[in-house]
Design a protein around this ligand. Structure first.
Ligand code: RET
Length: 235
Protein backbone atom coordinates (compact mmCIF):
# COMPACT_ATOMS: atom_id res chain seq x y z
CA UNK A 1 0.00 0.00 0.00
CA UNK A 2 2.54 2.56 1.15
CA UNK A 3 5.12 1.44 -1.40
CA UNK A 4 2.73 2.21 -4.29
CA UNK A 5 2.24 5.75 -2.95
CA UNK A 6 6.01 6.20 -2.53
CA UNK A 7 6.69 5.01 -6.08
CA UNK A 8 3.97 7.32 -7.46
CA UNK A 9 5.59 10.14 -5.46
CA UNK A 10 8.97 9.44 -7.07
CA UNK A 11 7.51 9.37 -10.60
CA UNK A 12 5.24 12.43 -10.25
CA UNK A 13 8.00 14.52 -8.62
CA UNK A 14 10.59 13.57 -11.28
CA UNK A 15 8.29 14.38 -14.20
CA UNK A 16 6.96 17.46 -12.39
CA UNK A 17 10.47 18.83 -11.95
CA UNK A 18 11.31 18.47 -15.64
CA UNK A 19 7.93 19.86 -16.74
CA UNK A 20 8.18 22.91 -14.46
CA UNK A 21 11.65 23.69 -15.83
CA UNK A 22 10.64 23.07 -19.46
CA UNK A 23 7.52 25.25 -19.33
CA UNK A 24 8.78 27.91 -16.89
CA UNK A 25 9.94 31.35 -17.97
CA UNK A 26 13.67 31.82 -18.59
CA UNK A 27 13.40 35.63 -18.75
CA UNK A 28 16.14 37.18 -16.63
CA UNK A 29 13.72 38.90 -14.22
CA UNK A 30 12.07 35.65 -13.15
CA UNK A 31 14.18 32.67 -14.18
CA UNK A 32 15.44 32.19 -10.61
CA UNK A 33 11.84 31.37 -9.63
CA UNK A 34 11.65 28.74 -12.39
CA UNK A 35 14.94 27.22 -11.22
CA UNK A 36 13.79 27.10 -7.59
CA UNK A 37 10.34 25.70 -8.45
CA UNK A 38 11.94 22.95 -10.57
CA UNK A 39 14.53 22.05 -7.93
CA UNK A 40 11.88 21.54 -5.23
CA UNK A 41 10.20 18.46 -6.80
CA UNK A 42 13.63 17.07 -7.75
CA UNK A 43 14.57 17.05 -4.06
CA UNK A 44 11.19 15.47 -3.26
CA UNK A 45 11.78 12.79 -5.93
CA UNK A 46 15.03 11.92 -4.15
CA UNK A 47 13.21 11.64 -0.80
CA UNK A 48 10.42 9.50 -2.27
CA UNK A 49 13.02 7.24 -3.89
CA UNK A 50 14.77 6.85 -0.51
CA UNK A 51 11.48 6.06 1.24
CA UNK A 52 10.51 3.58 -1.49
CA UNK A 53 13.88 1.82 -1.07
CA UNK A 54 13.49 1.86 2.72
CA UNK A 55 16.51 4.11 3.25
CA UNK A 56 16.13 5.87 6.64
CA UNK A 57 12.66 4.41 7.12
CA UNK A 58 12.63 3.11 10.68
CA UNK A 59 10.54 1.84 13.51
CA UNK A 60 10.17 4.44 16.25
CA UNK A 61 10.31 1.71 18.87
CA UNK A 62 6.58 1.31 19.39
CA UNK A 63 5.59 -0.01 15.97
CA UNK A 64 5.13 3.45 14.38
CA UNK A 65 7.06 3.87 11.12
CA UNK A 66 9.19 7.01 10.87
CA UNK A 67 9.80 8.31 7.35
CA UNK A 68 12.93 10.35 8.03
CA UNK A 69 13.60 11.32 4.34
CA UNK A 70 10.30 13.25 4.45
CA UNK A 71 11.83 15.68 6.93
CA UNK A 72 15.06 15.76 4.91
CA UNK A 73 12.96 16.79 1.90
CA UNK A 74 11.03 19.48 3.82
CA UNK A 75 14.11 20.99 5.43
CA UNK A 76 15.41 21.88 1.94
CA UNK A 77 12.21 22.41 -0.04
CA UNK A 78 10.26 24.63 2.36
CA UNK A 79 13.11 27.20 2.67
CA UNK A 80 13.46 27.18 -1.13
CA UNK A 81 9.76 27.87 -1.65
CA UNK A 82 9.86 30.64 0.94
CA UNK A 83 13.04 32.17 -0.53
CA UNK A 84 11.31 32.47 -3.89
CA UNK A 85 8.44 34.38 -2.24
CA UNK A 86 10.83 36.60 -0.27
CA UNK A 87 12.75 37.39 -3.47
CA UNK A 88 9.46 38.40 -5.10
CA UNK A 89 8.29 40.52 -2.17
CA UNK A 90 11.60 42.35 -2.01
CA UNK A 91 12.16 42.54 -5.76
CA UNK A 92 14.04 45.83 -5.66
CA UNK A 93 14.56 46.39 -1.98
CA UNK A 94 18.23 46.19 -1.06
CA UNK A 95 19.35 44.37 2.10
CA UNK A 96 16.96 41.42 1.89
CA UNK A 97 19.34 39.13 3.80
CA UNK A 98 17.69 39.62 7.19
CA UNK A 99 14.27 38.58 5.93
CA UNK A 100 15.62 35.45 4.26
CA UNK A 101 17.61 34.42 7.36
CA UNK A 102 14.64 35.03 9.69
CA UNK A 103 12.02 33.19 7.67
CA UNK A 104 14.33 30.30 6.70
CA UNK A 105 15.52 29.99 10.32
CA UNK A 106 11.97 29.78 11.65
CA UNK A 107 11.00 27.35 8.91
CA UNK A 108 14.00 25.06 9.56
CA UNK A 109 13.19 25.04 13.29
CA UNK A 110 9.58 24.15 12.44
CA UNK A 111 10.73 21.08 10.48
CA UNK A 112 13.44 20.01 12.97
CA UNK A 113 11.15 20.25 15.99
CA UNK A 114 8.43 18.47 13.97
CA UNK A 115 10.92 15.60 13.52
CA UNK A 116 11.68 15.66 17.26
CA UNK A 117 7.94 15.42 17.93
CA UNK A 118 7.59 12.47 15.52
CA UNK A 119 10.55 10.72 17.19
CA UNK A 120 9.30 11.13 20.78
CA UNK A 121 7.89 8.04 22.42
CA UNK A 122 6.48 9.96 25.36
CA UNK A 123 3.12 11.62 24.61
CA UNK A 124 3.71 14.88 26.47
CA UNK A 125 7.21 15.34 25.02
CA UNK A 126 5.67 14.80 21.58
CA UNK A 127 3.03 17.46 22.30
CA UNK A 128 5.59 20.00 23.52
CA UNK A 129 7.70 19.63 20.35
CA UNK A 130 4.57 19.76 18.19
CA UNK A 131 3.47 23.03 19.84
CA UNK A 132 6.98 24.50 19.54
CA UNK A 133 6.97 23.61 15.85
CA UNK A 134 3.58 25.35 15.51
CA UNK A 135 5.06 28.43 17.21
CA UNK A 136 7.81 28.59 14.56
CA UNK A 137 5.15 28.03 11.88
CA UNK A 138 3.20 31.03 13.24
CA UNK A 139 6.40 33.08 12.90
CA UNK A 140 6.66 32.08 9.23
CA UNK A 141 3.05 33.23 8.63
CA UNK A 142 3.70 36.45 10.51
CA UNK A 143 6.67 37.25 8.23
CA UNK A 144 4.73 36.37 5.07
CA UNK A 145 1.63 38.42 5.93
CA UNK A 146 3.29 41.18 7.96
CA UNK A 147 6.56 42.78 6.81
CA UNK A 148 6.89 40.94 3.49
CA UNK A 149 3.33 41.63 2.41
CA UNK A 150 3.82 45.28 3.36
CA UNK A 151 7.00 45.53 1.28
CA UNK A 152 5.43 43.91 -1.76
CA UNK A 153 2.32 46.12 -1.44
CA UNK A 154 4.54 49.19 -1.57
CA UNK A 155 5.17 48.38 -5.27
CA UNK A 156 1.49 48.05 -6.12
CA UNK A 157 0.41 46.60 -9.48
CA UNK A 158 1.16 43.11 -10.74
CA UNK A 159 4.05 42.45 -8.37
CA UNK A 160 2.03 42.87 -5.20
CA UNK A 161 -0.88 40.90 -6.69
CA UNK A 162 1.33 37.91 -7.62
CA UNK A 163 2.91 37.97 -4.17
CA UNK A 164 -0.49 38.01 -2.47
CA UNK A 165 -1.88 35.16 -4.60
CA UNK A 166 1.20 32.94 -4.33
CA UNK A 167 1.49 33.56 -0.58
CA UNK A 168 -2.21 32.77 -0.13
CA UNK A 169 -2.02 29.50 -2.09
CA UNK A 170 1.08 28.45 -0.13
CA UNK A 171 -0.42 29.42 3.25
CA UNK A 172 -3.62 27.43 2.71
CA UNK A 173 -1.87 24.23 1.56
CA UNK A 174 0.84 24.35 4.25
CA UNK A 175 -1.77 24.63 6.99
CA UNK A 176 -3.01 21.09 6.26
CA UNK A 177 0.40 19.47 7.00
CA UNK A 178 0.27 19.86 10.81
CA UNK A 179 -3.33 18.61 10.77
CA UNK A 180 -2.37 15.41 8.92
CA UNK A 181 0.62 15.02 11.25
CA UNK A 182 -1.57 15.46 14.36
CA UNK A 183 -4.10 12.80 13.32
CA UNK A 184 -1.44 10.46 11.84
CA UNK A 185 0.48 7.67 13.59
CA UNK A 186 3.29 10.04 14.72
CA UNK A 187 0.63 12.07 16.57
CA UNK A 188 -2.73 10.90 17.88
CA UNK A 189 -2.87 7.80 15.68
CA UNK A 190 -6.43 8.40 14.44
CA UNK A 191 -5.60 7.52 10.81
CA UNK A 192 -3.47 4.60 9.61
CA UNK A 193 0.14 4.84 8.45
CA UNK A 194 -0.92 4.12 4.85
CA UNK A 195 -3.64 6.82 4.93
CA UNK A 196 -1.12 9.33 6.25
CA UNK A 197 1.44 8.45 3.52
CA UNK A 198 -1.23 8.94 0.83
CA UNK A 199 -2.49 12.19 2.39
CA UNK A 200 1.05 13.62 2.54
CA UNK A 201 1.69 12.48 -1.05
CA UNK A 202 -1.35 14.46 -2.23
CA UNK A 203 -0.30 17.50 -0.17
CA UNK A 204 3.28 17.27 -1.48
CA UNK A 205 2.06 17.15 -5.09
CA UNK A 206 -0.15 20.21 -4.52
CA UNK A 207 2.49 22.14 -2.54
CA UNK A 208 5.35 21.41 -4.94
CA UNK A 209 4.15 20.51 -8.45
CA UNK A 210 0.78 22.28 -8.68
CA UNK A 211 2.20 25.30 -6.83
CA UNK A 212 5.29 25.33 -9.08
CA UNK A 213 3.09 25.55 -12.17
CA UNK A 214 0.49 28.02 -10.94
CA UNK A 215 2.98 30.30 -9.18
CA UNK A 216 5.14 30.17 -12.34
CA UNK A 217 2.18 31.08 -14.59
CA UNK A 218 1.32 34.09 -12.40
CA UNK A 219 4.95 35.21 -12.52
CA UNK A 220 4.97 34.86 -16.31
CA UNK A 221 2.01 37.22 -16.57
CA UNK A 222 3.74 39.76 -14.35
CA UNK A 223 7.05 39.36 -16.22
CA UNK A 224 6.76 42.48 -18.43
CA UNK A 225 6.23 44.66 -15.35
CA UNK A 226 9.01 42.96 -13.41
CA UNK A 227 11.44 43.34 -16.34
CA UNK A 228 10.55 47.00 -16.75
CA UNK A 229 11.27 47.61 -13.08
CA UNK A 230 14.57 45.77 -13.36
CA UNK A 231 15.62 47.78 -16.42
CA UNK A 232 14.78 51.01 -14.62
CA UNK A 233 16.83 49.93 -11.61
CA UNK A 234 19.86 49.00 -13.71
CA UNK A 235 19.66 52.18 -15.82
C1 RET B 1 4.98 19.39 11.05
C2 RET B 1 4.73 18.78 12.44
C3 RET B 1 4.74 19.65 13.56
C4 RET B 1 3.90 20.89 13.39
C5 RET B 1 4.05 21.53 12.06
C6 RET B 1 4.50 20.84 10.95
C7 RET B 1 4.49 21.57 9.66
C8 RET B 1 4.90 21.13 8.48
C9 RET B 1 4.79 21.84 7.24
C10 RET B 1 5.33 21.22 6.16
C11 RET B 1 5.30 21.70 4.85
C12 RET B 1 5.86 20.99 3.88
C13 RET B 1 5.86 21.34 2.50
C14 RET B 1 6.59 20.59 1.66
C15 RET B 1 6.62 20.81 0.26
O1 RET B 1 7.45 21.32 -0.36
C16 RET B 1 6.48 19.30 10.76
C17 RET B 1 4.22 18.47 10.10
C18 RET B 1 3.65 22.99 11.98
C19 RET B 1 4.13 23.15 7.16
C20 RET B 1 5.10 22.50 2.01
Amino acid sequence: MESTALLIGFIVMSIGSLAIYATGSKASAIRHHTQIHALVPFIAATAYLAMYLGTFVMDRGDGVTLYVPRYGDWIFTTPLLLSSLVALALHEHPRQGGYVVAIVGLDALMILTGLLSAMSLDGSTRLVWFLWSCAAFTGVYFMLWGPLRERSSSYGGALSEVYRKNAMQLSVVWLIYPVVFAVGPEGLGIISSAASVWAILILDIIAKVVYGFTAGERLKKAEPELSKREERRLA
